[in-house]
Design a protein around this ligand. Sequence first.
Ligand code: ADP
Ligand code: MG
Length: 276
Amino acid sequence: MNEAASTRDTVIEMRHVSTRFGDHVVHTDISLEVRRAEVFALIGGSGSGKSTLLREMILLQRPDAGSVRVLGVDLADLDRDAAQSLRERWGVLFQHGGLFGSLTVLENVGLPLREHTGLDDALIDDIARWKIEMTGLAPEVGAQYPSELSGGMLKRASLARALALDPELLFLDEPTAGLDPISAGGFDQLVPKLRDLFGLTIVMVTHDLDLLWQVADRVAVLGEGVVQGVGTMAELSRMKNPSIRPYFEGARGRAAQQPAPVAPEATSEESPSKPR
Ligand code: ADP
Ligand code: MG
């Protein structure tokens, strides 16, 4: 493949990344590639450095060695303007949502548009309403405050905000952690829908076996500071590596390999009209 083609198809490229916090070595030699329009998942034990790796992809953390290229740009030597324009090309859903409690959902989702575009208020509200709807929330949720929402609704509202600026890349850190199975189940449909609708490339950290089997195109397993294996879930399931086996053994691991059940429409279980 010539260089231009590989840059087009490779959205994130990490080469020989190492990371330490003081004496604590988290990554010794991580190399991986994320391709355009795929859902790429990062898995690994707690503390294996998944969130840190994600933070290194979005300019929140610098590796101690190695290189990180995102959307064709080397993150090592960016000036402030270049960093800012790159940040506008990705959206991030952090584990703890991070919506402003004093703003309604509609205002929260519109905030990046107010900060980064010169669009007028009516248009910003229209775009925000559309993004809210795309994440499977009822339109009325726009008028609610974060404290009035369930965990699943909060995740969706945060996702709507992450999508506000039409990013090319979306990062999800444990999008279903802490959700009940029904709310978490909706994400199985939502993630591929958003990918297809917006032509997104998605990087997600997750322990959710259903999400991994049903949504991830490729999965990288982190352990001992390196990538222990990378491939589809089916490919990983055939690997003998002892750091990978636990994901496929036991009742949970086997149950997740079954075909997806027919799930209800993403929003039905979280209707805001239900009294809480
Ligand atoms: P994971 O997301 O896989 O659970 P993290 O990437 O959050 O793991 O963390 C990996 C390791 O690095 C953990 O041992 C964590 O305590 C440590 N770590 C992460 N961020 C920092 C930091 N800012 N300062 C010191 N140690 C950190
Ligand atoms: Mg983490």
